[in-house]
Design a protein around this ligand. Structure first.
Ligand code: NAP
Ligand code: MG
Length: 501
């Protein structure tokens, strides 16, 4: 059984964890993949192998779904009292905080992101997510309704009420950009509402999900309630089409989101999707320019641009366009590109060779199409998966760098002349995840926020994510909203009960 039980932290402990044979979690037991196969996990800063994890296959998914089904149908998990569920979620949150250092180091090693950011954001936000959902079980309420019952005799009386019940076995498929946090966003509301889970982490970054699995077991999550199977996309597909799965929750590319929708049709499982984005970040002429430059910079460089909500289409009013671009370019040049374990690094490596190739492909396509790299535009160095943070100007709307999600530290800067023009341009996207706007004019802020087609609009700030705020997208950025009360809705279904009395 894989176990990190010490709360004291050191790199050597982490090395010890990584040196152990990793296992998958099925029915409360840590096991090998049924094939016995494993696959390598790489350090993005060096390309070195840091761990081997089991390569789960369809048989493992069948075993995991069976375990989740049994836990849902035959254990008393769904009938746990709310306060017991709250205590469990709270213990998980506390344990993540105790292991914050291990989680942050491991996340950085696996994904490449700065250890400091992993600690300050990813791990804290994951603990916060469990803490937030620890507050929910006792507040989930139905209603008492007043039906007219048209066919019943006048003197008949009825009592009707609603219950919010768990959906059942939930397949959860998550990406590599915020590996621990995405596991938390999925698992915490599912447990708060009494579902059972089969989680598939991304093939690039499965290690923190396995460490989280240990936390869940230690905290007292019953056998079969959360199962974690590592592997490739084929097992994501197996979860999506599995007749024993009642709901799939997915975060990742729009392309795979569409495959999941198609695969889920066999048993019409419920589907929630958090997909890609190409978010606009709009700087009006009356904005506080220093804050706007800092916010735009953070908007497209956080997590080296590997964030679905990244503000990668920067619209700047024509009257300040050149000055703004020059100030932004100066800030970009001041960024340090380096590994996640160096506190000086601002831009850390992309997650994989594949992602490096994809992002460099976009940089080349942008230059070939005639866009000008005001700053950056190339791979950084020749080892590890680093790219230069890049701002393009002189773009046209048909260019792939303007239309498509790049998932690297790359923005395009586009001038505009008035509010309605920029609202239309910002909305001309098949995505609609987030949008930022920078202005001191309160009326303009409200008007523009109302008109932007995006699930989250941020005024004079960016990346404003919080456990209490719903998150998700318009258009092809997804279905449904995660976090806040909305995730409670995603993981429950409503039953009305009517009694003739
Ligand atoms: P992806 O393929 O969408 O991967 C996300 C998750 O889906 C992973 O766990 C993946 O498994 C799994 N998966 C792959 N094929 C599947 C299938 N047919 N059915 C069910 N699950 C499947 O994303 P990616 O290839 O890693 O990245 C490609 C692009 O997606 C990025 O460049 C970026 O534009 C976008 N992306 C968006 C987000 C986001 O937060 N919205 C996150 C990551 C990537 P494997 O890991 O084994 O492939
Ligand atoms: Mg993939």
């Amino acid at each position: 059984m894989t176990s990190i039980t010490q709360s004291t932290s050191s790199s050597s402990e982490l090395q010890e964890f990584l040196a152990r044979p990793q296992k998958i979690l099925i029915d409360g037991l840590w096991t090998d993949a049924s094939s016995g196969e494993t696959f390598d996990i790489f350090n993005p800063a060096t390309g070195d192998v840091i761990a081997k994890v089991p390569r789960g296959n369809n048989d493992d998914i069948d075993r995991a779904v069976d375990a989740a089904r049994r836990a849902f149908d035959t254990s008393n998990w769904t009938r746990w009292r709310p306060n017991k569920r709250e205590e469990l979620l709270w213990r998980i949150s506390e344990r993540i905080s105790e292991l914050a250092h291990e989680f942050a180091e491991l996340e950085s090693l696996d994904n490449g992101k700065p250890v400091g950011i992993a600690a300050a954001f990813d791990v804290r936000a994951s603990a916060d997510c469990f803490r937030y959902y620890a507050g929910w079980p006792s507040k989930i309420q139905g209603s008492v309704n007043n039906p007219s019952m048209l066919l019943a005799p006048e003197e008949a009386e009825f009592h009707s009420f609603t219950r919010h019940e768990p959906v059942g076995v939930c397949g959860q498929i998550i990406p590599w950009n915020f590996p621990l946090l995405m596991a938390a966003w999925k698992i915490a509301p599912a447990l708060a509402t009494g579902n059972t889970v089969v989680l598939k982490p991304a093939e690039q970054t499965p290690t923190t999900a396995l460490l989280l699995g240990q936390v869940l077991v230690d905290a007292g999550v019953p056998a079969g309630v959360v199962n974690i199977v590592t592997g490739y996309g084929d097992i994501g597909a197996a979860i999506s089409e599995h007749p024993g799965v009642d709901k799939v929750a997915f975060t990742g590319s729009t392309e795979v989101g569409k495959k999941i929708v198609a695969a889920s049709s066999g048993n019409l499982k419920k589907v929630s999707l958090e997909l890609g984005g190409k978010s606009p970040n709009i700087v009006f002429e009356d904005a506080d320019i220093d804050s706007a430059v800092a916010g735009v910079l953070q908007g497209f460089t956080l997590n080296s641009g590997q964030a679905c909500e990244a503000g990668t289409r920067v619209f700047v009013h024509e009257s300040i366009y050149d000055d703004f671009n020059n100030a932004l370019a100066d800030q970009v040049r001041a960024l340090t590109v380096g590994p996640g374990n160096d506190p000086a690094s601002d831009i850390t490596p992309l997650v994989s060779q594949e992602q490096l190739d994809r992002v460099v492909g976009y940089l080349e396509a942008g230059k070939e199409a005639g866009a000008v790299a005001l700053v950056g535009g190339n791979r950084h160095g020749d080892s590890g998966y680093f790219v230069e943070p890049t701002v393009f100007t002189d773009t046209t709307e048909d260019m792939s760098i303007v239309q498509e999600e790049i998932f690297g530290p790359v923005a395009v800067s586009i001038p505009f002349s008035d509010d309605s023009e920029v609202i239309d341009a910002a909305n001309r996207s098949h995505y609609g995840l987030a949008a930022g706007l920078w202005t001191k004019d309160l009326s303009r802020a409200h008007r523009v926020a109302n008109r932007l087609n995006a699930g989250s609009v941020w005024v004079n700030t960016f990346h404003a994510l919080d456990s209490a705020l719903p998150f998700g997208g318009y258009h092809q950025s997804g279905w449904g909203r995660e976090l806040g009360a909305e995730s409670i809705e995603l993981y429950t279904q409503v039953k009305s009960v009517t009694m003739a009395i």
